[in-house]
Ligand binder design. Structure first.
Ligand code: PLP
Length: 496
């Protein structure tokens, strides 16, 4: 097997091993780690169709994490994709209406972040051991709602790690917030900030880049790492479920080997759809990569015009995990489109940091031809939730609904009938208020946990354990702070 090393999107002289890149999270120059090449799948699609989720995860991940032994990687996979998931399929593929919904929310926190964050702690501890690392690893995370809880669940009480999560105080759903502030584990800290997700993410990135802080931490026996979707230890496991979805379609006789599929991905930080793009480049027959945005439609505009422009009002929507104006993982695609040219990529990122805008030249846009962008507003989102419920008795969450609307629009506009997989990224039980009031406004006034029971009455989908767990759990993390205080909060937690 070919050895894959990792360089930065802003410095191509680097050559880290996968385990080093996982440990470090973000490159020191502010860039993201990218593989020296995208490896091709080395088993046939037909063979994949005979495998279970874990076997497919191994076939994908072994090609990227080439400094992990077979045993190390298989152990990580077995520990991650186990009975924490409420179905042995791990990610069921459900046919409703014109599309296949790839349900990525059967993990412990009922959002797709579990697909990667249930394995990241194991990859990280293995990486630390491989590199003779003795510092305690401090996972520092900004979350728009789902990453935070999934990372907390993954890292809580994992020896040799601490985890700090910052979330926008008024920018997550009531259930998301409750999930986070009731988190157990002596190594966890959760803080609400006065600001939006981009504020939290920017402050976290600044802490990562602060060399002085890095030295202070090292002196105290700590080092930062990232559980955000920029970590390749999150990106790589996410590739697996696209391969899995294809394998399932093939095994069920819905497609023939080699037939193309489209994917529709409700997008925020661009990690999930980037994984689909990597799957395609590994040889998975994916035709279109349809990027679905909510009213924060920076990516829609970008794919239409070639101009990325974050200078706009930040809109709070019913799909908070997609309320993002700076999609961090897009940098990896920009770097690819720039012919893997770190210098050119750096210029775009500098423009983005300084003016909030950059425009790709025509020849770079040609590299993005397999992507297309659409968006759904709040009415579209509610409409499709109601429609799917009444037509199919299928209840979906608002993020998935954005994608479902986008797919409907795409299909109407293009007439493209290629079999299509919609990434279904959260359980509707995580967003009961938005979902139930979309189905019928009469639910608008009900209490959060009454809504849970009412959703059960409508959908007959068992209430997930994650929801039962927080019904009566005590609040353990009441803290909030200003943006400027985030660093102090971290230091205090570490006893520095
Ligand atoms: C994080 C998240 C998204 C966005 O995924 P990205 O990888 O950030 O693009 C979409 N839906 C849900 C429910 C999420 O938690």
């Amino acid at each position: 097997m070919k050895t894959i090393t990792y360089k930065s999107t802003r410095d191509d002289s680097l050559a880290l091993t996968a385990s080093q890149a996982i440990l470090q999270g973000l490159s020191r120059d502010g860039g993201l780690f990218v593989p020296s090449e995208i490896p091709a799948l080395d088993v046939s699609l037909r063979e994949l169709a005979g495998m279970d989720y874990r076997q497919i995860a191994y076939e994908v991940m072994k090609l990227f994490l080439t400094d992990f032994t077979e045993e190390e990687l298989k152990t990580c996979i077995e520990r991650a994709y186990d009975s924490k998931f409420d179905t042995p399929e791990i990610a069921p593929l459900v046919h409703k209406g014109d599309a296949w919904y790839l349900e990525l929310f059967h993990g412990p926190t009922i959002a797709f972040k579990d697909m990667a964050l249930s394995i990241l702690p194991h990859l990280m501890i293995t990486s630390a051991r491989k590199n003779g690392n003795h510092n305690e690893i401090v996972i520092l995370t900004a979350t728009s709602g789902d990453t935070g809880k999934a990372a907390l669940a993954g890292f809580a009480d994992v020896e040799g790690t601490r985890i700090v999560v910052f979330y926008p105080k008024d920018g997550v759903s009531p259930i998301q917030k409750r999930q986070m502030i009731t988190q157990r584990g002596a190594n966890t800290l959760v803080v609400g900030i006065h600001g939006n997700f981009d504020d939290a993410q920017t402050a976290v990135k600044n802490m990562f880049h602060d060399r002085e802080l890095e030295q202070e931490l090292a002196a105290a026996g700590f080092q930062f790492s990232s559980a955000n979707s920029i970590n390749i230890g999150r990106l790589v496991p996410q590739i697996a479920y696209y391969v899995w979805s294809y394998a399932v379609l093939l095994a069920q006789g819905e497609i023939r080997e080699g037939d193309p599929i489209n994917v529709v991905v409700p997008t925020g930080n661009f990690g999930n759809i980037l994984a689909a793009y990597y799957a395609k480049r590994m040889g998975l027959p994916v035709a279109k990569l349809i990027c679905a945005s909510n009213e924060n439609k920076v990516l829609f505009d970008f794919f239409r015009t070639g101009t990325y422009d974050r200078n706009r009002e930040f809109i709070l929507t019913s799909s908070p995990s997609m309320d993002i104006l700076i999609s961090s993982n897009l940098e990896r695609l920009i770097w690819t489109a720039a012919g893997e040219n770190a210098e050119q990529n750096k210029k775009f990122m500098k423009d983005l940091a300084e003016t909030g805008v950059y425009t790709l030249p025509e020849e770079m846009r040609a590299e993005l031809k397999d992507f297309c962008g659409y968006f759904a507003d709040e009415f579209d989102t509610a409409d499709i939730i109601r429609e799917l419920y009444f037509d199919e008795q299928y209840v979906i969450d608002p993020h998935t609904a954005v994608a479902a609307h986008v797919y409907q629009q795409y299909r109407e506009e293009t007439g493209d009938e290629t079999p299509t997989v919609i990434a279904s990224t959260a359980s509707p039980y995580k967003f009961t208020r938005s979902v139930m009031s979309a189905i019928d406004p009469k639910y608008m006034e009900d209490e959060d946990f009454t809504l849970v029971d009412e959703m059960y009455d409508l959908s007959r989908v068992p209430v997930p354990q994650a929801i039962e767990d927080i019904r009566s759990a005590p609040v353990l993390h009441p803290l909030t702070c200003e943006r400027e205080e985030m660093q102090q909060m971290v230091k205090r937690f570490l006893g520095m």
